[in-house]
Design a protein around this ligand. Structure first.
Ligand SMILES: N[C@@H](CCC(=O)N[C@@H](CS)C(=O)NCC(=O)O)C(=O)O
Length: 207
């Protein structure tokens, strides 16, 4: 059985939604980051990087990093259509955009949410946060232009990229502004929000 180590409002939203889409049994283990559980020796044995999410796979082994988990799960369930399989025409574009979302997307969300981790004094911290907001807006503009299927990121249809992109919008403090200026992103996120898998993951992950 899969065991998902999760925290509120984390990449585990995507992972839980994928497990639901795959219709496989899984167990959820909460990592209490407020209590610094992710920094304990016990958790570092699960994910040496000390970040959430992480997942234990039925085939053996435990991995972290949301993008790596997305690929591992998609390969476990080739019939689910969640990721294009090796040698399929969409595979390279999928890997490219997944990595863009993981680096330019997730990491910018993290910088905006925790600017104190990127600078020492208060003025610099405020500037880091301001700059992260600018970079995040540019990231969502890039996504708006890159969505090629209307309500799905890939023209070929629904994939884990849709779940990942919708998850990145959940941290926004101005969702109506974000969507008002980006009609295609708005349509995609609406389609994702109607999926029972995503609805369940959001119920779990909202504080
Ligand atoms: N690159 C990681 C980022 C995960 C991440 O930063 N998760 C946050 C929770 S949303 C975390 O574990 N933060 C703990 C820390 O940075 O110390 C991924 O894609 O999964």
């Amino acid at each position: 059985m899969y065991e998902l180590h999760w925290e509120y409002m984390a990449g585990s939203i995507v992972v839980q939604a994928m497990l639901e889409e795959m219709n496989v049994p899984y167990r959820m283990t909460h990592v209490d980051m407020a209590a610094n559980e992710h920094k304990t020796q016990a958790y570092r044995r699960i994910n040496p990087v000390g970040r959430v999410p992480a997942i234990r796979l039925p085939r053996g082994g435990t991995i972290g990093e949301t993008a790596a988990i997305v690929i591992a799960l998609g390969e476990d369930a080739p019939g689910s259509g969640l990721i294009p399989q090796p040698r399929s025409p969409d595979r390279s574009a999928f890997l490219f955009w997944l990595n863009v979302m993981a680096t330019a997307g997730y990491m910018t969300v993290a910088r905006k949410g925790h600017p104190e981790r990127y600078a020492f004094d208060e003025t610099a911290i405020a500037q880091v946060e301001e700059r992260a907001a600018v970079d995040l807006a540019a990231f969502f503009d890039l996504m708006e232009a890159a969505i090629s299927g209307g309500t799905t990121f890939l023209a070929s249809g629904f994939s884990a990229l849709d779940l990942y992109l919708a998850m990145l919008t959940e941290w926004s403090d101005d969702k109506s502004g974000l969507f008002a200026e980006r009609a295609t992103l708005s349509q995609l996120c609406r389609a994702v929000s109607l999926r029972p898998s995503y609805q369940l993951a959001m119920q779990t992950h909202q504080t």
